[in-house]
Design a binder for this molecule. Sequence first.
Ligand SMILES: NC(=O)c1ccc[n+]([C@@H]2O[C@H](COP(=O)([O-])OP(=O)(O)OC[C@H]3O[C@@H](n4cnc5c(N)ncnc54)[C@H](OP(=O)(O)O)[C@@H]3O)[C@@H](O)[C@H]2O)c1
Length: 361
Amino acid sequence: MSTSPKILVTSAAGKTGIPVTLQLLERGFDVRAFVRRRDARADRLEAAGAELFVGNQYALSDMRRAMQGIDRAYQCAPTAPNGLHFNAIFSVAAHESGVQHVVTLGQWLSATDHPSMFTRETYISDRLARLAPGMTVTSVDPGWFADNYLMVLDMAAHLGVFTMPLGDGDVKKNAPPSNEDIARVAVAALADPEAHAGKRYRPTGPELLSPNDIAAAMGRVLGRKVRYLNISEKMMTKALRAMPPSNFSNAAVSQLAIYADEYRRGSFAINAPTSDVLEVGGQAPEPFEDILRRTVAARPELRSSPARRLRAILGFARILLTPAMDLQEVQRLRDFIRLEQPRFSQQSDEWRATHVAPSAV
Ligand SMILES: NC(=O)c1ccc[n+]([C@@H]2O[C@H](COP(=O)([O-])OP(=O)(O)OC[C@H]3O[C@@H](n4cnc5c(N)ncnc54)[C@H](OP(=O)(O)O)[C@@H]3O)[C@@H](O)[C@H]2O)c1
């Protein structure tokens, strides 16, 4: 084996792709970063020492070229439709080019008959990756990222509300990991395949938080009172549609609604927090409030001003005026494969056997 392995990072300009790339470079690895286009994020990765590969990671011809000379790879399907297509292409190209070790980003919820087609696809993708002879795999399966809460920070900063469909405000339902801590676990596994081959990790933050805890942390960091508002699924779809262009297609929104349902059912609280960030990533996981402080410091537009408050009020009015989405119709129009008897993670015996501590069954 080469003494200096070359590592491919897919989705390198994404939430986990950026810190995975930067942390690998900090540790002295030779990194090829797969990006869709040259932009400020790609420039940052290149300035840090990454070799950029600009292309379409859903195209096998591009993925084959990106895999040339690669020894290890970070497999990260975007939060978008066609995840299984991406993962199949990744697995074919990795197998053909003789990649030795893959770290694949999956989901804590991954289960065979899950109502979310995206989630079923991550389950199948994980199995596919493990079929290639001669290639070892480490799975990193986080739950709900801390980053998801940051999407609604503007509203918290300017209107004093934290709005998400997370159910009862007092129940502690998630120990949210930072993108950087998820990356730390992935990077440890990419750096030392022998120690991590075949393993499955679930990075979490240091403690379980309730929606009210999250609102209170936002309030402390923003220097104002922030109240949690448990919105309906319908309102969530209106908010996601009214947001400025983001990565989320209608199809992705239909799946996010299912993840919010899992959140309310308490699936992200099971067996959380874990010690994987500390034991695998090598340092204590970041508290949510520290993630918030970092984010707020980097976003001057979150500081209050009458003009920003007015913009936030107009944004809220836009949400109210935006038509809600019919999530069943979106899935039908996209020809999503539907199961006769879908099962949320906790309804699956297989999932419970592998994810729930025996004492809690
Ligand atoms: N969010 C959660 O709470 C959560 C929880 C558990 C698991 N996950 C898993 O996390 C994964 C997503 O990871 P992430 O959040 O780090 O990724 P991400 O932020 O969605 O990043 C995806 C990246 O891929 C790029 N991309 C999209 N289409 C491309 C194309 N055709 N060619 C080249 N690049 C392309 C995007 O580019 P642009 O930025 O230019 O669009 C983006 O930079 C998903 O598989 C999801 O299942 C997420």
